[in-house]
Design a protein around this ligand. Structure first.
Ligand SMILES: Cc1ncc(COP(=O)(O)O)c(C=O)c1O
Length: 425
């Protein structure tokens, strides 16, 4: 049996409707921004493989970091033991995080990194004897993952319907996009007045899954300041925005007010290994330090603090903070700006928006934007046939490339988008 037959028989792929989806493409290898399939085609990874890849595929420096670490220590239980891959990562990363970040808690992915942040906030108040502070504010359009916590904390997503009765309650306010900012801030203050809000959870500056919806650092600052003035902890979900995506290392660098807790994953290991991290300030940690064992943070996954993931994260961070990487990001930002300018009056687009290395183009159409609309599937196939991986979010196509993407590759992505405008969808 060939790979596709074996896959067809034994594998269940994510976010895939088997009745209508084409067969998965079999990948032979990948390097830089290019994915090579066994049928001889090459595809430009313009979405950084679900937003994780920052330095390109099969990167030799990242491979060496994993290899060298494996020969010393591949994994050890992280309760009662520690190692210099974890402490080294803490030393490299903590000084770079916006706000007061003193400690790192390890998990395995973006959903768990967010859940850890929210659990920390809830138990922080519980441990301080303020258990009545148990409410959470988040955005109606937000996305924070697929675990039950992640689903509960996300907006009212159609794909979460089957589990709806099992999700916990949160307060959802409109994301402060454009003229909704005022209403959003007002609703937030109304909720905060109860004195029962433990956490304000947000995707800073860009709501990715909602369709790369963007809002300003000034509004974010106002909301953080407001939440803090009512005693709530501010939890930033930097899972997608972290590690340079928005033009700064972390999106919250751009707001004057900084979060208390930060959830990270995706670009953390350069897109090579699964890992989640949640940072917090010392005052949060201190609320868990007690002779009373019930104040312990009872959370930990089997692969918590995995040394291979830590080692590759350190090397990825080294690369990210080198001037050549910054120059690549600036190059992408300028090219996106030029492309956006070229199409600013193009009536095919309802809106073009950019935040750092993310460029989002929303098609002008009668069809309601939704993950389920058929235009999305047709566009996906169209781009793949042109050798470009773009995964439209409803009517929104976005480019979110590895930072090593070349000018030529980016031009091919822009050309594919321009070609899509010639077609009557
Ligand atoms: C903002 C945000 N938070 C959390 C997640 C969940 O991350 P993961 O898929 O690694 O669980 C995602 C995934 O896309 C995300 O975009």
């Amino acid at each position: 049996m060939d790979i596709q037959q074996l896959d067809d028989r034994h594998i269940w792929h994510p976010y895939t409707q088997y009745a209508t989806s084409p067969k998965p493409l079999v990948v032979k290898s990948a390097e830089g921004s290019l994915i090579h399939t066994t049928d001889g085609n090459t595809i430009i990874d313009a979405v950084a493989s679900w937003w994780v890849n920052i330095h390109g595929h099969s990167n030799a420096r990242l491979a060496k970091a994993v290899h060298d670490q494996f020969l010393k220590l591949e994994h050890v239980i992280f309760a009662g033991f520690t190692h210099n891959a974890a402490t080294g990562l803490a030393e490299s990363l903590l000084p770079l995080l916006p706000g007061q970040a003193d400690r790192l808690f390890f998990s395995d992915n973006g959903s768990t990194a967010v859940e850890v942040g929210v659990k920390m906030a809830l138990q922080y108040f519980h441990n301080k004897g303020e258990g009545h502070r148990n409410q959470i504010i988040c955005f109606e359009e937000g996305f924070h993952g697929e675990t039950f916590g992640g689903m509960s904390l996300s907006g009212d997503l159609e794909f979460n319907k089957p589990y709806e009765s099992k999700l916990f309650d949160v307060h959802r306010i409109p994301a402060p996009i454009g003229n909704k900012a005022e209403q959003s801030i007002k609703q937030m203050e109304d909720l905060l007045r109860s004195g029962q809000v433990a956490a304000f959870l947000f995707e800073p500056l860009v709501l990715g899954t909602a369709g790369m919806m963007m809002y300003s650092p000034e509004v974010l600052s106002k909301m953080i300041a407001l939440a803090r003035s009512y005693g709530a902890l501010c939890v930033a979900d930097e899972v997608m925005t972290g590690f340079g995506r928005t033009g700064t290392l972390f999106a919250c660098e751009q707001s004057d007010e900084k979060p208390d807790i930060i959830a990270m994953s995706k670009g953390l290991t350069g897109g090579s290994m699964p890992m989640g991290l949640t940072s917090c300030p010392e005052f949060v940690f201190e609320a868990f330090v007690s002779e009373d064992k019930m104040k312990t943070f009872f959370h930990g996954h089997s692969y918590t603090g995995n040394p291979l993931a830590c080692a590759v994260a350190i090397e990825s961070l080294n690369m990210l903070t080198e001037t050549s990487c910054r120059a690549s990001m600036d190059r992408i930002i300028s090219k996106h700006e030029a492309f956006a300018k070229r199409h600013e009056n193009n009536s095919n687009f309802k809106e073009i928006r950019q935040c750092g290395t993310i460029l989002a183009l929303e098609y002008q159409t009668e069809e309601k934007t939704s993950y389920f609309n058929s235009r999305r599937d047709r566009l996906y196939d169209f781009f793949i046939q042109r050798g470009v991986l773009l995964r439209p979010l409803g009517n929104v196509i976005y480019i979110l490339p590895p930072y090593c993407i070349t000018d030529d590759e980016l031009d091919q992505v822009y050309e594919a988008i321009e070609a899509s405008l010639e077609i009557n969808w």
